[in-house]
Design a protein around this ligand. Structure first.
Ligand code: SF4
Length: 95
């Protein structure tokens, strides 16, 4: 049996999205002025952060893998992140 590639493992993940609230909030102005926005776009392995057409930072929280990497690169006060409310979020099926 061949081991799964990273992309195959990620494709097997399941997400139960909390449609009522995002578990990630961003201070748009502070994220822009500190450079945090660009770091978030570059570092998130799930592509949660992207540049919206209006120049703001778009946050597609439903795809979050809950790895916590964004917290390590965000300047203080730019990002609020907590685990999704009970039962929601990612379910890893393959390791
Ligand atoms: S916790 Fe990980 S996957 Fe989720 S937004 Fe932060 S860097 Fe991206």
């Amino acid at each position: 049996m061949n081991p799964l590639s990273l992309n195959q493992r990620l494709a097997s993940d399941r997400f139960l999205t909390d449609e009522s609230a995002s578990h990630i909030t961003v201070d748009q102005e502070l994220a822009r002025s500190t450079g945090t926005a660009e770091r978030l776009i570059a570092i998130c392995p799930a592509g949660v952060y992207s540049r919206a057409a209006d120049g703001s930072l778009a946050v597609e929280y439903a795809a979050c893998l809950e790895c916590g990497t964004c917290l390590a690169v965000a300047d203080p006060g730019t990002l609020t992140w907590h685990y999704p409310a009970g039962g929601h979020g990612v379910q890893f099926r393959e390791g």
